[in-house]
Ligand binder design. Structure first.
Ligand SMILES: [Zn+2]
Length: 112
């Protein structure tokens, strides 16, 4: 009875992944995404990128004289998206600083 309960309890703690080492090994090698990288490689210098947006930013910054109208448009869209993400990051950073500051102030006021 106790031997039957032990494997059942270990299966529950694994969360449905009893053979974790087997399925994980092929998936780690599948992360190469060679198809996506082939689509996101700069055709002027051959540099690979993980995302189309990074490729568009690279083309606009490194090869501006060679860009066509579609690539310029993609560069401008990528710059606008990058600026928006940076603005959002600054807002989150400011919120975290304010929360930490007032957390310390309230803690100091409660302790003293
Ligand atoms: Zn390039």
């Amino acid at each position: 009875m106790s031997e039957r309960n032990r494997p059942a309890s270990t299966d529950r703690t694994d969360g449905g992944q009893p053979a974790a080492s087997g399925p994980l090994e092929p998936s780690t090698t599948d992360y190469s995404t060679t198809r996506e990288r082939a689509n996101c490689t700069c055709r002027y210098c051959g540099r690979p990128f993980s995302d189309e947006r990074y490729l568009a930013l690279h083309r606009g910054l490194e090869h501006p004289e060679r860009l066509g109208a579609g690539e310029w448009e993609a560069y401008e869209v990528a710059v606008a998206a990058d600026a928006q993400a940076l603005r959002r990051y600054k807002l989150y950073a400011l919120c975290v600083i304010v929360v930490v500051y007032f957390g310390f102030v309230l803690t100091y006021a409660a302790v003293t």
